[in-house]
Design a protein around this ligand. Structure first.
Ligand SMILES: [Zn+2]
Length: 250
């Protein structure tokens, strides 16, 4: 049973009781609290309200995993791949299906160089969280096919656009054998332009088993490279080992 189902089971009799006694204040209170919890659950993966949202790995050992969203992007992903190869680091790339279809060779290179290439929806629509089960399933299936065609590998993870979720997301992911992945540390690198601030924000949220979220899509290559170089130095300084996501989740 999910946390959402438990909260619904608790809220319903309370609302019925309030209605039965004509206690409008209590009824409004229950409905507002319920709405607030739903809103938080939709936007905060870490609450795992609607299903098993994986936001961190095994805390045993001083390991963290790097993840990059919204690529592959011909303007920035190649520079990132060069850096990761030079540093001997393997990451997970949560890619947009239509970008994979438009960048076959780059997608294949990501996998060839030892990284994971995972499902981040086909079009990264802002309305993904409003999709019906049928539409969401079609979106995820199309992305799986595009990735498989480019890389020969089938993704095992799905990260919803903007991390937004609801019960349908988990139902579809489960039907396709995908685990839903969030994060525990992020630098808000699409909003901040200062690598120092981006890395400082990530470092503040770091702990063993952290899943770090950055973007390789729609980010200037130079800023991305400076940010990742700085982050790798900080991780080394704090003696964190960077492991590939699938290995950290084992
Ligand atoms: Zn994204």
């Amino acid at each position: 049973m999910t946390r959402f189902q438990i909260i619904t089971i608790l809220a319903l009799p309370l609302a019925a009781l309030a209605l039965g006694f004509g206690n409008l204040a209590l009824l409004i209170g229950v409905l507002v609290a319920f709405g607030l919890i739903i809103g938080l659950g939709v936007t905060l993966p870490q609450l795992s309200l609607f299903g098993p949202y994986v936001c961190r790995g095994n805390p045993a050992g001083r390991c963290v995993a790097l993840t990059f969203d919204d690529g592959p992007d011909g303007r920035s992903t190649p520079a990132l791949l060069e850096l990761l190869r030079a540093e001997g680091v393997a990451a997970a790339f949560f890619c947009i299906g239509e970008r994979v279809a438009a960048n076959h060779e780059l997608a294949a290179r990501i996998v060839r160089e030892g990284h994971l290439l995972e499902n981040h929806s086909y079009a990264h629509s802002n309305a993904t969280n409003l999709f019906t089960v049928a539409r969401l399933k079609a979106e995820l299936t199309r992305t799986q096919a595009a990735i498989q065609q480019s890389t020969g590998m089938a993704p095992q993870y799905f990260r919803p656009p903007m991390g937004l979720s609801n019960p349908r997301v988990f139902r579809c992911a489960r039907a396709l054998g995908l685990q839903v992945i969030g994060w525990s540390a992020r630098g808000l690198d699409t909003q901040s332009h200062d690598p120092e601030r981006i890395v400082a924000r990530i470092v503040r949220q770091l702990d063993s088993g952290a899943i770090i979220l950055l973007h390789d899509g729609n980010i200037p290559a130079e800023r991305l490279v400076v940010t990742v170089k700085l982050l790798l130095a900080k991780l080394k300084e704090r003696r964190y080992e960077i492991v590939r996501l699938d290995k950290m989740l084992k």
